[in-house]
Ligand binder design. Structure first.
Ligand SMILES: Cc1cc2nc3c(=O)[nH]c(=O)nc-3n(C[C@H](O)[C@H](O)[C@H](O)COP(=O)(O)OP(=O)(O)OC[C@H]3O[C@@H](n4cnc5c(N)ncnc54)[C@H](O)[C@@H]3O)c2cc1C
Length: 327
């Protein structure tokens, strides 16, 4: 299957790119991956996406973005991209379903996933008390006691948000000071519902059907203890979904794809947008903005290629059929 524009990822970045490419009559293909709609589709309420006075459900927002792009001719496909061969044009992409796709341009918008603790009980109790989304799940922890693991901006930001619901929130951090911005620290330290357990890690999430506690280890003394909680929110960073592009696209030291202000990567014809590039803002609106830029760049790139091909063809024709007077 050949496409002029192939978009990898169906979050706000990919779907906005699809809308712009579709309106440029390029009939883009969106490869949706394992999370159709992207991270925003897992969020219950989005209150900071412009245009929605009363907020909008995350799933509804993603679904509308996809329908809007489809209205102008964007197609979608449910598979995972497993590799890109950029040694030839068009690009050749392999998928986990065994199909081979080709494309003249590619927009990579594969996002970034929350980093896991990697401890026993975490996967088993996911969505049964373990949550990576305070915004989505905070409501379900009304009047409960929860831990947030981490000491950066997201840990405090999401922790402060959770205090709207919970009775007590304990931040478990592996160091004896926080990395978060001073303003967030100030708010956290003055919040009556928050307390801190320093120099400690969560070694295990406990519970049968749902979370009943965590096993803690003090990194200085080695001492272990159990803490009864009903929720665990790990906020220990994000992992960009860029593994599949390593060796082809330039990545920074944390694995984010390096793209310039015009979303161009080190490979001509491949653009990157959204959270797989952006480790600073990580918002639906910024991802959408980058998706828009990437699609406009891809459109201009294709026009330039077309123009260059036509010019080369007419020059060849001129050489092979000289003007009459030259005979
Ligand atoms: C809990 C939580 C709450 C949030 N709340 C808000 C909010 O209120 N407001 C806000 O603006 N932002 C919010 N965000 C952030 C927002 O969701 C992200 O910034 C945004 O979704 C990033 O969009 P993206 O398109 O770059 O990537 P993502 O949304 O992460 O989408 C990535 C896409 O790539 C696909 N993919 C990955 N690898 C492959 C592959 N190999 N092949 C094919 N497809 C692949 C996935 O299936 C997915 O469709 C929240 C995030 C979280 C986690």
């Amino acid at each position: 299957m050949h496409n002029k524009v192939l978009i990898i990822g169906s979050g706000p970045a990919g779907l906005t790119a699809a809308l712009y490419a579709a309106r440029a009559n390029l009939e883009p293909l969106v490869v949706r991956g394992l999370q159709p709609g992207g991270l925003i589709a897992t969020t219950s309420e989005v209150e900071n996406y412009p245009g929605f006075v009363d907020g909008v459900g995350g799933y509804e927002l993603a679904e509308n973005m996809e329908k809007q792009a489809a209205r102008f001719g964007a197609q979608s496909m449910d598979t995972l991209i497993t590799g890109i061969d950029a040694s030839q044009r068009p690009f050749v992409l392999s998928t986990d379903s065994g199909e081979t796709l080709t494309a003249d341009t590619i927009i990579v918008s594969t996002g970034a996933s929350p980093r896991k603790l990697g401890v026993p009980g975490e996967d088993r109790l996911a969505n049964r008390g373990v949550s990576y989304c305070a915004t989505c799940d905070g409501f379900f922890f009304k009047k409960k006691r929860v831990v947030v693991v981490g000491g950066g901006n997201s840990a405090l930001d999401e922790g402060l948000f959770l205090t709207r619901y919970v009775d007590e929130l304990i931040i478990v951090h592996r160091r004896d000071e926080l990395r978060a911005d001073p303003i967030l620290q100030e708010r956290a330290f003055s919040n009556e519902k928050m307390r801190f357990i320093w120099d400690s890690t969560v070694d295990e999430v406990l519970g049968d059907e749902k979370v009943s506690g965590v096993k803690l280890r003090n990194l200085k003394t080695g001492e272990t203890s159990e803490l009864a909680v009903e929720g665990v929110f790990p906020y220990i960073g994000h992992l960009p979904n860029s593994k599949v592009f390593a060796g082809l696209l330039t990545l920074d030291e944390n694995g984010y794809i390096v793209a310039d202000a015009r979303q161009r990567t080190n490979i001509e014809g491949i653009f990157a947008a959204g959270d797989v590039v952006d480790h600073v803002y990580r918002q639906a609106i910024t991802a959408a903005g980058e998706g828009c830029k990437a699609a406009m760049e891809a459109t201009w790139y294709l026009s330039e290629q077309e123009h260059a091909t036509k010019k080369a063809q007419s020059e060849t024709e001129e050489v092979s059929s000289p003007a009459l007077g030259q005979w």
